[in-house]
Design a protein. Structure first.
Length: 91
């Protein structure tokens, strides 16, 4: 049997690890994220900044400015996502 038996055991272990990971993700997504007041303030501020940048993007015509605004919106989105990740992993 040799190597084939070990490969089967390794595969089963990987499958179980993946199941455990998926279960943990499901449990995290069910729990409402608790945010402290500072995180709420930061999130509100970032959402407002994103709204303002989106409005600017709608009216700007110069290509380099459009690129700057698009990059700024992407940065804001990353920061928002970061706040969601931090609040989801917080105890």
């Amino acid at each position: 049997m040799g190597d084939s038996g070990e490969g089967l055991i390794d595969s089963e272990a990987k499958i179980q690890e993946r199941r455990d990971e998926l279960q943990a993700n499901r449990e995290l997504s069910r729990k409402p994220a608790k945010k402290n007041p500072e995180q709420i303030r930061q999130l509100d501020s970032l959402k407002l900044a994103r709204t303002q940048m989106t409005r600017q993007l709608e009216v700007v015509t110069h290509e380099s400015r459009r690129r700057q605004i698009t990059e700024a919106i992407a940065d804001i989105d990353n920061r928002i996502a970061g706040l969601h990740v931090v609040s989801a992993t917080a105890p």
